[in-house]
Design a binder for this molecule. Structure first.
Ligand SMILES: [Zn+2]
Ligand SMILES: [Zn+2]
Ligand SMILES: [Zn+2]
Ligand SMILES: [Zn+2]
Length: 246
């Protein structure tokens, strides 16, 4: 964790932790395994170990049983703490939808929503990440160019096609009124026997917008963006200029 994010996290701890530590609900009885795992996750959250809580919650989700509403909030808070803002927002929205204003974590959920809104504002302004907050990296498929270049299928990369009018001879013939054969320079290829390829226009290659990055040259990686420029990556400069163009 870098120092810049620390005050924000501390603020959240203050805001969310004001009602004391998280504790396990008592009123409902859920799957025993879920209860046991939730207790583990809450313990990890209370000791500030959000990375492990994240893993525990993911194991609970894998059980594929009916889960308590509270889990959605607790997982959302955990995801915020490990800076997975997009996932956090999904679980927070789910909690608010399921539990509503009477939910046990409603106040904390509203606080978390404000914190997430701030994060999303930063994500929207940032040119270095996608709209989920994942750092953009150069596209592997097009090597950051946004374009896939391949050998022209029509001329097989030669750039020219045989002239269809003279069949490559460069000469056309006609009969005079006296029945004599007259020779002419082919008007279609000017006597060359070849014409520029009608698909690639002589470029020998065809270009398509990269299907992976949709022509931006960038894809989201696995890293959560800190919205800080580092070094002078060409990909980043390209993205900045493209975003301004859009
Ligand atoms: Zn010709
Ligand atoms: Zn061609
Ligand atoms: Zn690409
Ligand atoms: Zn960013």
């Amino acid at each position: 964790m870098d120092i810049k994010t620390l005050p924000r996290l501390m603020l959240l701890v203050l805001a969310l932790g004001c009602s004391g530590s998280h504790s396990l609900w008592a009123q409902n009885s859920y799957n025993k395994q879920v209860e046991a795992q939730m207790e583990v996750a809450i313990g990890q959250m209370n000791s500030g170990n959000y990375e492990d809580a994240n893993l525990t919650f993911r194991q609970i989700l894998k059980l594929e049983v009916v889960l308590p509403d509270d889990l959605s909030y607790l997982f959302a808070e955990t995801l915020y703490m490990v800076r997975q803002y997009h996932n956090s927002k999904n679980f927070l929205d789910k909690y608010l939808r399921l539990a509503g204003p009477n939910g046990r974590y409603y106040a904390q959920a509203m606080d978390l929503k404000h914190f997430l809104d701030d994060e999303y504002e930063a994500i929207l302004v940032c040119k270095l990440c996608d709209n989920r907050g994942y750092r953009l990296i150069s596209c592997d498929l097009c090597h950051g160019t946004g374009v896939i270049t391949s050998e022209c299928y029509f001329c097989r990369g030669v750039g020219v096609n045989l002239c269809e009018v003279c069949k490559g001879d460069g000469i056309t013939t006609s009969l005079s009124t006296f029945g004599e054969i007259q020779y002419h320079t082919c008007p279609n290829c000017q006597g060359k026997g070849q014409v520029p390829c009608k698909v690639c226009h002589g470029e020998k290659v065809t270009r398509e917008t990269c299907p992976d990055c949709h022509g931006t040259g960038l894809n989201a990686g696995n890293e959560i963006c800190d919205h800080e420029e580092r070094g002078s990556s060409r990909a980043i400069e390209q993205q900045s200029s493209r975003t301004i163009e859009q």
